[in-house]
Design a protein around this ligand. Structure first.
Ligand code: AMP
Ligand code: MG
Length: 409
């Protein structure tokens, strides 16, 4: 039995091979900046203007010439009023201007004195309680963005802040790479759908199809156009028909279940009949079985059926693949070192991804049941510990923590 098993493949090697098959999708589209969240920029965004466009006040107060305040700070006449959005006159020598947050600083003024450092001294006259320094409370033109600079680079996956930044340089639409088209299949005769079969009506051995729900959500988070084919039909001919159909309109066909060694399943022979299929044993836990193949122009990936394995394998392999198809530059999640507030006394020969959560003291707690069938561990966790093969963990050891926020964004 062991002799027929393919050797375990290190995760990094499997990922590198997968990524070597991921070519940037041809085609871009222009979308409203409102709708561009999580999409990948197809071009550098170069700013046509300075942000902010003018020197402006960061306080409600008075625009002054410092020398005038120093000379006769006791009381100065207010010669103009400048709300945000106004175009001021140059500051009359020997006077000050009433100014509000965001309003342009008038020519000739070299500082803002905040309202709290002044008091009224008659009608249109104000007294200064301290002498300002040049530059105080002035936001300089271009201190956020310089005209001509690249604000966001091609390959940037747009965050909410990035959308605001793009808007701040006047972009109402953004050119992004087209969405990957993904066909999703679940395999397994034991699977039933929540909402279709009530818990009380479940036949012995039946389980709900949970993978379908998180996989379709994970795909949508990556801005894929998902065609959900549901559960694979339980005969060979229908399976071939469904896969052939999916291959004509998809960049990726994604299945869960049915890739374990020796398992009887319609999907494997159907993919082999239509195209090519490699079964991999990846040296990770949870995970391990994984299939990569091609049907026509479509990529094929088969995830393990165990829900935690399916979830983790998606994050480690499918996610970077889909990001690379879209031209994203940041593919790998950023891990941080953190102390373990748990013990992991039994080393595994595979690299492990343990479900953990940060506690209030800046350390990691371990979910007690790390079985690949226990989806509660993933729902509970806020990250994974990337534990190298053969490594035990003692209380207080530094481990590599990958926040789920990095992987689910
Ligand atoms: P498989 O990889 O098909 O051998 O499945 C491994 C385990 O995962 C079995 O216990 C299956 O019942 C379970 N499983 C497979 N597909 C799903 C699914 N879509 N939702 C929940 N559990 C599944
Ligand atoms: Mg199965």
């Amino acid at each position: 039995m062991n002799a027929t098993r393919p050797p375990l493949r290190p995760l990094d090697q499997a990922l590198a091979e997968l990524l070597s098959h991921a070519q940037l999708l041809a085609g871009t589209e222009s979308v409203s900046t409102f709708d561009a969240g999580r999409r990948v920029l197809a071009r550098d965004l170069v700013s046509p203007l300075q942000v902010p466009p003018n020197d402006n006040s960061s306080m409600d107060g008075y625009a002054v010439r410092c020398a005038d305040v120093a000379a006769n700070g006791e009381a100065l006449r207010v010669s103009q009023r400048i709300p945000a959005g106004a175009s001021p006159e140059p500051l009359e020598p020997g006077t000050v201007a009433r100014i509000f947050t965001g309003a342009p600083v008038p020519a000739g003024a070299d500082a803002i004195v905040m309202q709290e450092d002044t008091e009224p001294a008659g009608e249109h006259v104000v007294r200064f309680l301290r002498t300002p320094q040049p530059g105080e409370w002035i936001r300089r033109s271009g201190e956020d963005v310089r005209a001509g600079s690249v604000v966001l680079a091609r390959g940037e996956r747009l965050s909410s802040a990035a959308l605001g930044l793009a808007a701040s340089i006047g972009m109402g639409e953004l050119e992004v790479v087209r969405r990957p088209r993904v066909a999703l299949f679940s395999t397994g005769d034991e699977l039933v759908m929540p909402g279709e079969v009530a818990p009380a009506d479940m036949k012995p051995g039946a389980i709900y199809n949970s993978n379908r729900f998180f996989l379709s959500e994970l795909l949508r988070n990556l801005e894929c156009e998902v065609s959900d084919y549901g559960i694979v039909p339980d005969d060979r001919e229908a399976t071939v028909g469904a896969l052939a159909h999916a291959s004509r309109s998809s960049d990726l066909i994604l299945t869960s279940g049915g890739v374990s060694v020796g398992e009887e399943d319609h999907v494997k022979p159907a993919v082999q009949q239509l195209g090519s299929l490699d079964l991999w044993q990846i040296a990770i836990k949870p995970g391990k079985p994984f299939a990569y193949g091609r049907i026509g122009d479509a990529h094929f990936m088969g995830l393990p059926g165990n829900p935690v394995s399916s979830f983790v394998t998606f994050l480690l392999l499918v996610r970077p693949f889909l990001l690379k198809l879209q031209g994203a530059t940041q593919l790998a999640p950023r891990a941080v070192d953190m102390p373990a507030h748990f013990e992991w006394p039994r080393a595994d020969r595979r690299r492990e991804f343990l479900r953990v959560r940060r506690n209030g003291n800046g350390a990691l707690e371990l979910f007690p049941n790390q079985s690949s069938g226990v989806l509660t561990s993933v729902a509970w966790a806020d990250g994974l510990v990337d534990n190298p093969a053969g490594r035990t963990i003692a209380l207080g050891d530094t481990v590599s923590f990958i926040p789920l926020a990095e992987l689910l964004a």
